[in-house]
Ligand binder design. Sequence first.
Ligand SMILES: [Mg+2]
Length: 236
Amino acid sequence: MTKINMTRFPDMARRNSFVFDFDSTLVTIETLDTLLKSCLSDDGTRRRIDDITARAMNGEMDFDASLSERLRLAKVKAAHFARMAGEIADFVTPGMDGVMDFLRRKDQELFIVSGGFTEIVRPVAGLFGVPEGHCFANDYITGADGFVTGVRAENPLAHEGGKQRVLRALREENRLPGTVVMLGDGMSDYGVYADGLAGFFIGCGFSAVRPGVKAAAPVFMETAAELLSLLETLLD
Ligand SMILES: [Mg+2]
C-alpha cells in the first residue's frame, strides 16, 4: 500500500458518493479495444486501427473522429456489442464484487461513469447492484447498412471532459451525497478530482498502471483486495 493521508479521506460514517470508472477498473479490459480486435479479420486493418488509436492518444485527432473511424474500419455491428454484453461478466476485476458488496452494505451511493458503452456497462452494473439511473456511458449509433458509425454526439461522455460534465450535472441535481470519491485507472478519472468535481480520488492499478495517475493520486491501490481492506479499516 502506498502513501495514504488519512486526514484527507472522506468521513465514512456518513453516506458518500463512490463514482467508478469502468474499463480497467470494474473490468480487467478496455472494452473498445477488445471489441475492435474481435471484429478484425486481417493484420493490415489492425495496424491502421492501432495507428488511429495512437494518433488520438497523442492528441492529433479528436476522440469522436477517431472512434468513428475505428468502428468503420473494424466493420462493427450491433450484434458484436450484444455478444460482448453477454460475455462481459467473465471480465469483472477479481475482488471487485467484495468491494461493491461492502459499500452497498455500508449504505454508500454507487455510480459508474464511463467513456465506454451503456450496453456493455449495464450487465456489470446489474451484478454489482448499481441502479441503471446511476450508470453513465456512451450509446452507439448504426447506419442504414447496419454497421456502427459512432456514438451519440449529444452525450457529454462522447467528448473531452465528459466525466466532469456528468458529475457537474449530478451535483446540480443534488444527487451526490457526502464526499464524492472518484475511482479509476485513467488520467480522465484523475481529471475529475483535479478539476474539483470529486473531493477524493483513489487511483486503481488493478489492470493497468498509468505512471502519471500513480504519481498524482492521493491514494493508489494495486488490487481490489487492497482497496477493500482500506475501506474496511476506514468504515469499521
Ligand atoms: Mg479506465
